[in-house]
Write a protein that binds this ligand. Sequence first.
Ligand SMILES: [Ca+2]
Ligand SMILES: [Ca+2]
Length: 463
Amino acid sequence: MRRLRFLLATAALLAALPGRAGAAPDPGDLLVTYVARVCDSYDQVMANKARNNVQESLRDLGPDSNYARTETVGAAKEAAGTPLPPCRPLPGWTFSTGRGFTGRSPATRNLSTVSTPLRQDITTTASTPELDAAGNPTGRTLTGAVTVALTASERAAAQVGNLVAQGGTKADPLNGRADTYSFAALRCAQDAVNGDNVEYLSYPSGARHVFCYYYAVTPPSGAGTITVVKQVAPGSNGSGTFRFDGDISYADTNGDGVNDFTLTASSAKPASMDFIRAATGPNDPPWTFQEQIDPDSGWAPPGAPSCTAVDADGGPGRSALTTDSTGRAGVSLVGGEHVTCTYTNRRRPEGRCWRRRRSAAPAPSTSPSPRRRAPTSWSSAPSPPPPRASPSPSPPPPTRWPATTRSPRPSPPPTAPAAGTPPPRTATAPSCPSPPGPPPAPRRAAPGTPGTTCRPTARRTAC
Ligand SMILES: [Ca+2]
Ligand SMILES: [Ca+2]
């Protein structure tokens, strides 16, 4: 009976392999099973290994990755991390492959795409036999999936470590169905690190079959952009690194359990970071962020940021903006709008060390009619959420595990392939273009900067 199941599964697989129906697979074929899923909310989708702002979902994802640092994407881990139900198979979803990748842009629905497409016709079917790493049927079936063999051009790209998969096509990463689906996550083969819409396809040593899992969310929400700008007042000496806590960021750069991002600026060089985020619905809390100033940093607190909203035509926006004197900002984002909030810091006068005021209630200023937001996990809150598995130290090379913002992506395969399979990537092998967007977030600067009378402190957090 078991043998019969095996033979039936093999026959089904052969029929499913494009261009190989009815023919015995070449033992040298390299196979990929593409699987697509759709969920009802972002928090139903397991995150990739790194939780950072490379992630291209419009809201943060749910559980931390259940993969070990160098573990290859597999059906069992995906089923455990993002269960069906509540998520469902997504047949008819097209994937593409190419050489290298290009960062997200408005023209590609703010999703990364392959830079040189090799193939744009890989579409999931109702079901396909599940294969093991050697390419043999396991006897189980995967729904919303398709297995294909690498083409010659794909294989050539894989052999130089340059084969990349994406959800959708280069021209439309949402397959013309943006009115139904939003991107949530993509994980392929040995690359499940950054949560963007591109992943490298490579084969572990001895393997000839790998998986690529894609997750969409329905219904989609509109999207807008929030830009946080950091300015340093003229005449302020040196540069400063400023941390902002809030749910606008998907990263936790200092590992304190509260999401944050950092900006480093000087009077000669302001800094900014863009966040493409979901429009907030009537029942959604606003996006939030708040600058955090170490009392020993030598910088005075910025006070309320200056925020403006602009609509898609360049006119005044309708996004509701709230700010207060503690540097807190809330944005109820309207789809298609661009909100910019600017914080300006200056050095404290010499001889005066600012100390954090804990009791003073912030004096809110609003525009237009703010909605009262539910309490969220501001950094000053005493009870941070459960700690996340931090973007663990890296699979090789470690520099490809950004703790915060953008960096070369996707990640390289961690192990050496067998003969005839793609070679291992090294720390210098990837020549990924720098995607557009904010610069890599710097680590927090040591407090006690020049030009102040505050004592230096050794206090420093691990990033
Ligand atoms: Ca990625
Ligand atoms: Ca943090």
